[in-house]
Design a protein around this ligand. Structure first.
Ligand code: CTP
Ligand SMILES: C[C@](O)(CO)[C@H](O)COP(=O)(O)O
Length: 266
């Protein structure tokens, strides 16, 4: 492990993914890669998005805690802004994670794809299942994380959490000239469309192969697996796993967090 890591804690009886009843095959171990190296241009000027505060705590810390909340996740790899790995390491040192969860910090790249690949490159060999989770989805509930891990453990090479759409979606052609209206060319059947979230879960070898093979620009990791011709399956996502992209998303995230804190009594 690099200097940017905490030493692995001893196995505990609290139950890592490798723990099994006597005689059973060990369960595959799961690591979560968190791409957090984006600027957050759509959120507006300020610090890199992952380091901006949500309820007084950096968004990245919420995302790391969301992964660490799953008893199946025993390593979190944070892909930090390229010049911010030291700051991210200090943040993680300052915010307690469960004893069972180890972490690593690596510097990210120019694109999300590149950042995910750099996170994958840093994974120790003993992890067979990989989750990829956007730092920009800080409020994903643990049940969604567990559902993705379970589906990969049951044999799916690639799993995405997703929710139905509320809006009708139109496919358009680019406008003939700037300022001209965009012509609609199709209306896909909404009932068959899904809005895809993270964490997306993968058999590690499949994801590594996808990142080593697919060079086109894509907006998520599962579409790289689709391009290999392999099956990707959907499990139910959650409305609170939305992505903080624009200023209004941050307002919603603050409200969701305030509601949780009220319900939890702190
Ligand atoms: N070079 C990049 C670009 C994005 N990401 C991460 O990928 C996730 C999803 O990306 P997005 O929400 O688009 O974040 P940004 O790229 O920061 O946003 P924007 O496009 O508005 O700049 C985020 O957690 C972001 O930090 C990354 O690790 N490395
Ligand atoms: C991976 C993702 O969150 C799935 O919805 C999304 O595609 C990321 O897109 P972004 O434009 O890089 O935020």
């Amino acid at each position: 492990m690099s200097d940017e890591s905490r030493p692995s804690p001893p196995e505990t009886s609290a139950g890592t993914s490798a723990e099994t009843p006597a005689g059973d095959r060990p369960r595959p171990r799961t690591a979560a890669v968190i791409p957090a190296a984006g600027r957050g241009v759509r959120l507006g000027p300020g610090a890199p998005k992952a380091l901006r505060a949500l309820g007084g705590t950096p968004m990245l810390i919420h995302a790391v805690r969301a992964m660490a909340a799953s008893r199946g996740v025993s390593l979190v790899v944070v892909v930090a802004p390229p010049d911010g790995a030291g700051e991210v390491k200090s943040l993680l040192d300052a915010h307690a994670l469960p004893e069972r969860t180890d972490f690593l910090v690596v510097p990210g790249g120019e694109t999300r794809q590149e950042s995910v690949r750099l996170g994958l490159d840093a994974l120790p060999p003993e992890y067979d299942i990989v989750l990829v989770h956007d730092a920009a989805r800080p409020l994903v509930p643990v049940d969604s994380v567990d559902a993705v891990i379970d589906a990969v453990r049951e044999g799916a090479p690639a799993v995405v959490p997703a929710v139905p759409l509320a809006d009708t979606v139109k496919q358009v052609e680019p406008a003939a000239a700037p300022g001209e209206p965009e012509p609609v060319v199709a209306t896909p059947e909404r009932a068959r469309l899904r809005a895809v979230q993270t964490p997306q879960g993968f058999d590690r070898a499949t994801l590594v192969r996808a990142h080593g093979t697919v060079t086109d620009d894509v907006t998520d990791d599962a579409s790289m697996v689709e391009r290999l011709g392999l099956a990707v399956v959907v499990v139910p996502g959650h409305e609170e796993a939305f992505k903080v992209t624009r200023p209004l998303d941050l307002v919603l995230a603050e409200a969701v967090l305030a509601r949780r804190r009220l319900n939890d009594g702190f």
